[in-house]
Structures are given as C-alpha cells and as structure tokens.
Write a protein that binds this ligand. Structure first.
Ligand code: SF4
Length: 389
C-alpha cells in the first residue's frame, strides 16, 4: 500500500475499543473467527497478555482518549467465569477514560448466562448485551451446532432484559434445510421478546471451516439464492412493521438503540483493538494481531508486539473504504463529506462507477449523498466493491 503523508484517522478521533476474547466451549461448524475451543487452560495467560496489550495501546497515544464505545466480542467473552470476566472488565476500566454515556457491549452465549454473571456485567458497566441466539428452532440450532435450545434461549432473553435493558440478538437465516416458514417463526418469536436490536446474516460457507468441507462432500447444501433473498426481504418487512429501524444492511434497531460501536466503524472513525486476530485502525494504520491465540500469547509474554500485519492506508483508500462502509447504511453516505474528511475528491475518483451504478438502478443520488435503491440493497456487497475500486 502506498504511503501518504496525510494522517487519515488521527488517534484523537478514535473513540472506540474492540476487545477479542477467543475462547469458546466448542467451535461451531460455520465459524471462521479467531477462536480456540477446549483451551480454558490459556485463559489466565490471556488475561495477563491482554492487560499488557491494553497498557501499550494506552501508552501509544499522546492524549489518551475518552472512549465512547467498548465492544467485547469473540469468541465468547461470557465463557470466562465470574472472576475472570471481572478481571477483564476491570483491566479495561483501569486503563481508559470514558464519556459518561459510553456504550459498553458484550457478546454473550445464552448457555453462559447466570444471574450472578448478569449482575456482574451490569455492575461493571456493561449496558448492552449481544446474544448469539441464531435461531429459536431446535432443528436449525442443531444443524448450526449450537448447544442451546429455543425454549431456554427465550427465557434467557427475558432474564437479560430485566437486568440490562439493551438486548441485541444475532439471527442466522438460510441455514441448510431451512424453509421460509421456519424463518418467519424465528422472526415472530424474536419480536415477541424484549429485544432492542437485531443483526441478521445469511449463513455463509467460509473456506477452512467444517461446513465448507461438509458442503464439498455433499453433506450440506447452500440455500437457493432466491430463497435467501426472500428471507431477507421477509425480515425487513417484519422488523419494519414492529418499529425496528433498518439502519444498516444487516442491522435493525428500535429508535435510540442503534449500535454506536458499529456506527463508528461504518462512519469511518478509527478504533483501537486488542486480543488475538483483532484489527485496529489508528492514525491511518491498520494493524492486525496474530490470529493464533498461542502466537499472540507468546509474543506478549516475550515482550514483543502482538501485531502480525501493519499497513498504512492512504487517504484515497481510507476515503474509498469509508464510502464502501457508509453506503451500507440505509440513509446512505455523503460522498462530499467523506472527501473533505480525507482530503480527496471521491466524486471525481468514482465518477465512472457512480454513473454506471445509477444507470443500473443500484443507487440513487441526491446532491452528494448516495443511497442504495431497493434493488441495490440486494447487491450491497457489489456496490461497496465498486466504491473500493
Ligand atoms: S460461539 Fe460464535 S465465536 Fe464461538 S465458535 Fe460458535 S460461532 Fe464461533
């Protein structure tokens, strides 16, 4: 990547921190995240290592920021027991300052939730819980290799909402063998529960996963593309009719409950990150840590940096990325504002692509703001790809 003299995301503008906790009790067949299963013996070493890394993240900035959002994801942060979870959260609290209304999200697996853990999360400042529900249908959960059952997870959602109001759930659609009626039932159950936000994704088969090899052997099959699109449209209609704002291609929130952390990514703000495989974007550099948990631990234990890859992202590329993420917002993206932020003329750079996408009916343009059309919403990845150049 070509280096540029302009600083594209000064650390002063970074107000978000992502922490990756790699532990899971089992690796789900479709998962390609940086995860270790059955290695709880590494948890204490991980806590020591991430404490060191957080310290170095803080010391790397001249003016330590007041964070607006913290997202503790994984993996499964709630796989940590009460004391270890407390230690992790305290390590973050001790090393950063926060605005008064900072958003603190934690990803949680339904089977890890206990009253004790919920109170701990609340008492240590967690004010948003993102539950990996995926479905309420036991057959679909079993296909996805998730160990909770639909009945139990409904009760867990109610329990969480009583302690921490802001509950988000993840739902997967287009799982092998899933019908449109199955999906409608998942949607019906979701909105019968006290949730504020939903992220929903079609199942993807990623290279290197167990699902990928099972599909190669003919043991699992993709859903037909037409069914996948129908499921997506059914979800959009369902959530819209129940007061959820569709604000990003895959995300729906009740008014006032959009995920502020993800908005920071999508609006092109910088962010800090710590943990195996975590990617930070600060001062124009994208730094990605070692994906392997053991390599990550060994590096920090040896007093070395956990960063495996570092690249300077030029102002032009940063602007293109901001536009590509921004166009996934249902309200669209103001290309002139992005251009001004990065000091490049994005409208001129993307003139041909913008004209073609307008002709193809994928986007609309009002002054300098572009938005996906109804058709474009189905092709959001292609539109984003065009803007990336
Ligand atoms: S629980 Fe989530 S992070 Fe862990 S293996 Fe399953 S999909 Fe991956």
């Amino acid at each position: 990547m070509k280096a540029s003299s302009s600083i594209t995301t000064p650390s002063a503008s970074c107000r978000s921190l992502y922490i990756h906790v790699p532990f899971c009790r089992h690796r789900c067949g479709y998962c390609n995240f940086s995860v270790v299963a059955g290695r709880d013996d590494l948890i204490d070493r991980f806590l020591d290592a991430i404490t060191l890394e957080l310290q170095s993240v803080r010391s790397s900035t001249d003016r330590p920021p007041e964070l607006e959002t913290v997202f503790i994801g994984g993996g499964t942060p709630t796989h940590l027991d009460h004391d270890r979870l407390a230690r992790l959260l305290q390590a973050v609290r001790d090393r950063f300052d926060f605005v008064a209304d900072a958003e603190w999200s934690v990803e949680a697996n339904p089977e890890d939730i206990t009253t004790d853990k919920l109170r701990l999360l609340r008492d240590l400042g967690i004010n948003r819980v993102s539950l990996g529900v995926q479905s309420f249908n036991d057959q679909k959960l079993s296909t996805l290799e998730r160990s909770h059952d639909g009945q139990h997870v409904r009760q867990i959602i109610r329990d969480v909402a009583e302690v921490i109001e802001n509950v988000s759930i993840d739902l997967i659609f287009a799982a092998p063998g899933e019908t449109l009626d199955n999906w409608r039932e998942d949607l019906r159950l979701a909105t019968s529960l006290p949730i504020k936000h939903v992220s929903t994704y079609a199942l993807t088969f990623e290279k290197g996963t167990a699902f990928w090899s099972r599909r190669s052997k003919g043991d699992l099959h993709d859903s037909p593309e037409e069914l996948e699109l129908q499921m997506y449209d059914v979800a959009r209609e369902h959530f819209a009719a129940r007061g959820f704002e569709h604000y990003e291609i895959s995300n729906f929130g009740k008014p006032g409950f959009r995920c502020r952390h993800n908005l920071a990514y999508w609006h092109g703000a910088g962010w800090y990150a710590a943990g195996p495989g975590a990617a930070a974007f600060v001062d124009g550099y994208r730094n990605v840590n070692h994906r392997s948990t053991t390599s990550y631990l060994k590096r920090l234990e040896a007093g070395q940096s956990p960063i495996a890859e570092s690249e300077f992202v030029s102002a032009e590329q940063s602007a293109r990325e901001a536009a590509a993420f921004g166009v996934r917002m249902i309200d669209g993206v103001d290309l002139q504002a992005v251009s001004e932020r990065y000091g490049v003329d994005l409208l001129a750079l993307c003139e041909t692509e913008l004209r073609q996408m307008l002709e193809q009916g994928l986007i609309t343009r009002q002054a300098d703001r572009i938005c996906l059309t109804e058709r474009g919403i189905h092709f959001a990845d292609s539109v984003a790809g065009e803007l990336l150049g």
